[in-house]
Design a protein around this ligand. Structure first.
Ligand SMILES: Nc1ncnc2c1ncn2[C@@H]1O[C@H](COP(=O)(O)OP(=O)(O)OP(=O)(O)O)[C@@H](O)[C@H]1O
Ligand SMILES: [Mg+2]
Length: 347
């Protein structure tokens, strides 16, 4: 028995265009899973199939152990117990907040409906806007009402498609936080689509990284960040320094240091990816140091970004704690953090 959402071996074509290729994943009650990937990789299509807005062609989808979609079998969207919030899921402009939320509760008794509307508004901190009209609300407030509308029928599954992307940074952070806590408190199985890795890291218990209709990796944010399965995943969470090399006696030599025990066969051509925070910078003191020149120091907020040139002439980036200061043209020593260094064979 699997409660929550289960997608099994789902593939999908639009005409000749295969947009999903054998996708399988589960989301448990109370779990928040982010689908993360570049534009056009099939994230929205996966959500629309789960919601029942798109007809399933291949595979199987179940909600709380009941099959809701299989080839030739189909449960209507409103009978799946699924709530949805989309980026452009506009509220009905001619209905006030209470009526917008009540729209999905038409089958409720009037008393119960009023209670459910108020409870949902309270969850998103908008109770005092019961009688407001959408045009009287800001974008962030409207998205809160859209969330309340999706929560009111007490769905078992919540599907969110880039729900914060139209909002400015402060509202976005605020609404992310509310959304996370409301969904966790209600024990709802949630899939949220985003193409922002930071947002996924902030929200997700698990992240599924997709590319060209396929799952590249499914794991906790920590696993994806520290143990990426492939180059795509390693470079998706931000900029990386890249070097190419060849395995010799198990090790790879790079201009920023040797990587030991790669576990790869001699002669394997590899690409080495190093996160900017995986380059530790210190004072140049002894003759064995790997040296670099500081070209520029940029303050990014919590960290500083150093633009460096190695003796080999390669240009690299290091992220260092903000208290670390270096002057332009200063010579510094580099050491590698093996946890932030990844070696992948080039196929
Ligand atoms: N109704 C449709 N008819 C034909 N092709 C479609 C349809 N919907 C989506 N596609 C195509 O399917 C592919 C996947 O689209 P999808 O909307 O799932 O991507 P996405 O990952 O959500 O992208 P984005 O991050 O830009 O929202 C794209 O190539 C898109 O052009
Ligand atoms: Mg999309």
């Amino acid at each position: 028995m699997t409660d929550g959402l289960k997608m099994s071996h789902v593939s999908h074509m639009f005409g000749e265009n295969r947009v999903l290729c054998d996708i399988s994943f589960d989301v448990a009650p109370g779990e928040l899973v982010c689908l993360l990937g570049p534009s056009g990789c099939g994230k929205t299509t996966a959500l629309r199939l789960a919601a029942g807005l798109e007809k399933l062609q291949i595979g199987e989808i179940s909600v709380n152990d009941m099959i809701v979609a299989q080839p030739g079998g189909y449960v209507e969207p409103e009978k799946r117990g699924v709530g949805m919030v989309f980026q452009d899921y506009a509220l009905f402009p001619h209905l006030n907040v209470a009526k917008n939320i009540g729209f999905g509760l038409r089958h409720f008794q009037e008393r119960d409906r009023d209670d459910a509307i108020k409870a949902a508004l309270k969850q998103v901190g908008m109770l005092e806007y019961l009688n407001a009209y959408p045009h009287e609300l800001s974008g962030g407030q409207q998205q809160r009402i859209a969330l309340a509308r999706a929560l009111a029928p007490k769905p078992r599954i919540m599907l969110l498609d880039e729900p914060f992307s139209g909002l400015d940074v402060a509202r976005r952070a605020d609404l992310r936080d509310t959304t996370l806590h409301v969904l966790k408190d209600a024990g709802i199985a949630t899939v949220m689509v985003t193409h922002d890795p930071q947002e996924a890291m902030y929200m997700a218990d698990r992240i599924i990284i997709m590319n060209e209709g396929q799952i590249m990796q499914d794991g906790t944010p920590e696993t994806l960040y520290f143990k990426p399965d492939n180059r795509f995943v390693a470079s998706f969470f931000g900029e990386v320094n890249r070097f190419s090399g060849t395995v010799d006696n198990g090790r790879v030599v790079t201009p920023v240091g040797d990587i030991k025990e790669t576990g790869l066969e001699n002669g394997t051509a590899v690409e080495v990816l190093i996160r900017p925070e995986g380059l530790h910078i210190g004072d140049a003191v002894n003759g064995h140091d790997i040296l670099a020149h500081v070209d520029a120091v940029r303050v990014l907020g919590e960290v500083n970004l150093l633009h460096l040139t190695l003796e080999s002439g390669s240009h690299i980036h290091a992220r260092v704690p903000r208290r670390f200061s270096a002057n332009n043209r200063q010579s510094v020593a580099i050491t590698l953090d093996p946890e932030m260094t990844f070696v992948f064979p080039i196929s």
